[in-house]
Design a protein around this ligand. Structure first.
Ligand code: GLA
Length: 392
C-alpha cells in the first residue's frame, strides 16, 4: 500500500537525492523516549515505565556494493565516512554511536556491508529524550538489514547498550535502548531490568502526556551519573544484597545505622521508586490517571530530595505544572540535572496547560520553555520509502 510521506520524510528524500545523487531504498524511523516513572532504577536491576514518543530520527539509506559507510546528518550538517573493515574508536564525535554499532555487530560475528544514509529528526539533543539511543537503534536496524540479521528488539537493545558502555564510554542502564527498540503505540512499557521481561501498559484514557523542555542542557552528567551508580552499589553491599532491587523498606531501616546518611538516601530513592513503578503500572491497567499522576510527583520529590539529581530549572517547571488545575502529576525525566520534565494532563485541557504553564515558567525563570503534547509511538521500524513497515 502506498503511504503518504510526511513533510519530514519528503524533506529527507530530497536531501538524500541531492547528497548522493540517487534515490534511497529504505527509511528507518527510530523514536526518542520519555520515562513516565522509574528513574535510576535500571542499573539497580529494578523497574522502569517509559514510552517511545512521536519525536524521532528518520534515516534514509541505500545499500552499497562495497563496505563504505557514509552518513550525512542534516541536523549537525556534518558527514562521517569510513570503511566497515577499518575504523577505530575515537575517530568521530556523533559518529562514535555509528562506528560503535558496526563494531558491536562485528563483535558478535556479523559482517555489515556499506550503505549511504541521510539522517534528520526532531528529537532535541541532550534533553533527556534519548536521541543517542534512537541513533544507535536506527543504525543497528539499517546495518542489520544490510547484513541479513533477524531483528529481535530486546537483543538489539542490549547491543545498543553495549555500544554505549564499551565504545562510547557511557555507563548507562538498559532503559533507553529497550524502549526505543520495543515501544508500542498508545502504550508505555513496564520493563523488569533484571530479566528484561516487559509488559505493555495502556495510557489512561482521560489524560495526555506533555513534555516540558526547560531548554537547559546537561553538562558533566557522566561523572554525577557514575557517582550515583557507585553510591547505589555501595549501599547494596552494606545491606548484603546483590543490587538494591533486592531491598525493601524494612531492610533499609534495619541497616540504617550501618549506612552513611548519603547512601541511605540513595537507597531510599531506589527502593521506594521500584514500588512506585509497580503501583503506577497497576494504576495504568486500571485506567486510574489520578493515581498515576500522584506517583509521578512523589517520584519527582524523591529524585529531588533523596537521589539529588534534579536541578533548579527542572524543579521550577515541575512546580509550575503542578500549580495548574489540569495537571495530574509531573516529574523530571531521564538522568536529570537539566533537560525535560514530563506531566500527565487532563484530556481536553492540553492547550491551556501548555500556554499557561509556559507563561508561568517564563515569568519565573526569564526564559521560554518548550512544551509539547506527545503520543506514545512504536519502537524502531524499517520500510520502503512509500510502503508499509517490514517485519524482519
Ligand atoms: C539515562 C540512562 C538510563 C537511565 C536513566 C535514569 O537516561 O541512559 O539508562 O539510567 O538515565 O533513569
Amino acid at each position: 500500500m502506498e503511504i503518504p510521506l510526511t513533510i519530514l520524510e519528503r524533506d529527507l528524500l530530497q536531501q538524500f537525492t541531492n547528497y548522493f545523487n540517487s534515490i534511497p531504498e529504505l527509511v528507518v524511523t527510530s523514536p526518542g523516549r520519555v520515562n513516565l516513572i522509574g528513574e535510576h532504577t535500571d542499573y539497580n536491576d529494578g523497574f522502569v515505565l517509559p514510552m517511545a514518543i512521536d519525536r524521532c530520527l528518520l534515516m534514509a539509506f541505500k545499500k552499497r556494493n562495497d563496505d563504505r559507510i557514509t552518513i550525512y546528518s542534516s541536523d549537525f550538517d556534518s558527514e562521517i565516512s569510513f570503511s566497515a573493515s577499518s575504523f577505530r574508536k575515537g575517530d568521530f564525535s556523533w559518529g562514535e554511536y555509528i562506528s560503535g554499532c558496526i563494531w558491536v555487530l562485528q563483535e558478535i560475528g556479523h559482517t555489515p556491508g556499506g550503505f549511504d544514509m541521510v539522517i534528520t529528526g526532531n528529537i532535541p539533543v541532550g534533553a533527556s529524550l534519548s536521541s543517542s539511543a534512537a541513533l544507535e537503534l536506527g543504525i543497528l536496524r539499517a546495518a542489520a538489514h544490510t547484513a541479513g540479521i533477524e531483528w529481535q528488539p530486546m537483543a538489539m537493545a542490549k547491543l545498543g547498550q553495549r555500544v554505549e558502555n564499551h565504545w562510547v564510554g557511557m555507563n548507562c542502564g538498559i532503559m533507553d535502548q529497550a524502549i526505543c527498540a520495543c515501544g508500542r503505540k498508545d502504550h508505555a512499557l513496564l520493563i523488569d531490568c533484571r530479566d528484561l521481561t516487559s509488559k505493555l501498559c495502556p495510557l489512561p484514557k482521560n489524560s495526555s502526556i506533555v513534555i516540558l523542555d526547560t531548554g537547559t542542557r546537561r553538562g558533566l552528567v557522566d561523572s554525577a551519573y557514575n557517582e550515583r551508580r557507585a553510591q547505589c552499589f555501595e549501599a547494596a553491599g552494606v545491606m548484603n544484597i546483590a543490587t538494591l532491587r533486592d531491598g525493601d523498606k524494612e531492610m533499609l531501616e534495619r541497616y540504617r545505622s550501618q549506612l552513611s546518611p548519603l547512601a541511605y538516601r540513595r537507597a531510599k530513592h531506589i527502593i521506594s521508586e521500584n514500588s512506585r513503578v509497580l503501583e503506577a503500572a497497576k494504576a495504568m491497567e486500571n485506567d486510574q490517571e489520578l493515581k498515576l499522576g500522584k506517583l509521578m510527583y512523589e517520584s519527582h520529590c524523591s529524585l529531588r530530595d533523596d537521589f539529588d539529581v534534579s536541578g533548579k530549572a527542572l524543579n521550577e517547571i515541575v512546580e509550575c505544572a503542578m500549580e495548574h488545575s489540569a495537571c495530574l502529576g509531573a516529574r523530571m525525566t531521564g538522568a536529570g540535572f537539566a533537560g525535560c520534565a514530563v506531566a500527565l494532563v487532563a484530556k481536553g485541557k492540553e492547550k491551556e496547560f501548555v500556554e499557561e504553564v509556559s507563561k508561568a515558567y517564563a515569568t519565573r525563570m526569564q526564559t521560554e520553555p518548550r512544551l509539547y503534547v506527545c503520543q506514545a509511538a512504536d519502537g524502531t521500524t524499517i520500510r520502503p520509502f512509500d510502503g508499509e513497515i517490514m517485519e524482519e
